[in-house]
Design a protein around this ligand. Structure first.
Ligand SMILES: *Cc1c(COP(=O)(O)O)cnc(C)c1O
Length: 386
């Protein structure tokens, strides 16, 4: 790093290091780093924070998405080949959960919020549609309330991929009580970072119970304790499912417990950064496109995204200025796995080619944001003239 050149990364996760180490120290001193102990504490803390009924702590949000689709499919008796409507503008783990469960991902288009367009969702409903996966891109709730209504009207289950939405509020409250299941990510660069972990929050306790078995190889520890008088024969258990190993551990949960204490404070600063970006860019509506965030959404601002004419060149030029943005995401129908829906969602295709995620993290200053805005505006003007 040269002295006069800034280096501004897209994400630089910030941890409360001493507090994290204190929580981790407790695990190490107690000799309990695995499932239980801190994972239970974090599940309780998360339920209290979100107001959701159930929370099962996992090694990733991907695990949560996979469990969610599989368990709902079995629970509601959906057939192989039945459809789930989803968005092309997301991380692939959202969509992989669908074919992994033997179902078909049907892609609806997005709107000016980068989230699913209610009109497009309605157009894609068939007699095989069973559910909708809504992704709150960047922490935005988009037109979530309309999607909730559509699901009610057509008797579809709603799955909320809230990987970007830790701390997002809609009309002042954490959204998700309307959904069948909500999935959060605490992956290394999400806005509540650990190293890798996630949460699945089923509305129904019976599905939470099944998830806890399926996430630990299908093992049912309760059967024998019920049949053979509590406490005895602890080493005996039944196996009810062919499950996987998906649960979280106490070291990750220790970090998550600390990060949760600072989540609202951190998100407030992210919203401030987003405000600073918007103030500048809103003066150049013909050069820089902004993403709509509805008035009633207080976004976690996991991402700050803009739309520009010549995205790939813009990123290279920003790199030369020491700014390292990202792209969230490529239209998933461009991938071979989803090529059957290739380019069926024009707005998603457009955004996929033009979207940039600008640096968004706790170490950015007002000056950093001004510097990034100066560069983006300068480059966009140069491109326009070229
Ligand atoms: C990161 C992410 C996931 C997956 O989260 P992991 O915890 O890394 O498995 C799922 N959906 C979206 C939208 C994401 O951004």
């Amino acid at each position: 790093m040269s002295e006069n050149k800034r280096e501004i990364q897209l994400f630089t996760p910030t941890f409360q290091v001493e507090e994290c180490l204190e929580e981790i120290r407790e695990c190490l001193e107690k000799g309990w780093t695995g499932l239980g102990f801190k994972t239970v504490q974090f599940e309780e803390a998360w339920k209290a924070y979100t107001g959701l009924n159930n929370a099962y702590y996992l090694n990733s949000a991907t695990a949560g998405l996979n469990l969610a689709v599989e368990i709902l499919k079995e629970g509601y008796g959906w057939a192989d080949g039945d459809e789930i409507i989803t968005t092309p503008l997301t991380f692939v783990s959202t969509n992989h959960a669908i074919p992994l469960a033997g179902m078909k991902a049907v892609f609806a288009d997005i709107d000016d919020t980068n989230c699913l367009s209610p009109a497009s969702v309605e157009e894609h409903i068939t007699d095989k549609t069973r559910a909708v996966i809504f992704v709150g891109i960047g922490g935005n709730t988009g037109h979530y309330e309309e999607i909730v209504e559509i699901c009610r009207k057509h008797d579809l289950k709603l799955i909320l991929d809230a990987a970007h939405m830790s701390g997002t509020r809609l009309n002042g409250v954490i959204p998700g009580k309307e959904a069948e299941v909500v999935i959060y990510s605490y992956q290394a660069v999400k806005n509540l970072p650990t190293a890798d972990s996630g949460m699945v929050c089923f509305r129904e306790a019976k599905f939470d119970e099944i998830a806890r078995k399926k996430g630990w190889l299908g093992i049912n520890k309760d059967t024998y304790s019920r049949t053979v008088n509590a406490g005895n024969y602890k080493w005996k258990y039944d196996v009810e499912y062919v499950g996987q190993k998906l649960h979280g551990n106490s070291i990750m949960a220790a970090i998550a417990l600390v990060q949760l204490r600072y989540l609202d404070r951190d998100n407030a600063y992210r919203r401030q950064l987003a405000e600073w970006y918007r103030e500048r860019f809103s003066q150049y509506p013909d050069l820089i496109g902004l993403i709509t965030i509805p008035e009633n959404c207080s976004s976690s601002c996991h991402l700050f995204q803009i739309l520009v004419e010549n995205r790939d060149e813009m990123i290279l030029a920003l790199n030369s200025a020491g700014i390292y943005p990202g792209v969230h995401y490529a239209d998933n129908t461009l991938y071979r796995m989803y090529a059957y829906a290739h380019s069926t969602c024009p707005r998603a295709s457009y955004v996929s080619d033009h979207v940039i995620s600008l640096p968004m993290h706790m170490r950015l200053t007002y000056d950093d944001v001004q510097y990034i805005c100066d560069e983006v505006i300068k480059i966009a003007k140069e491109q326009r003239q070229a």
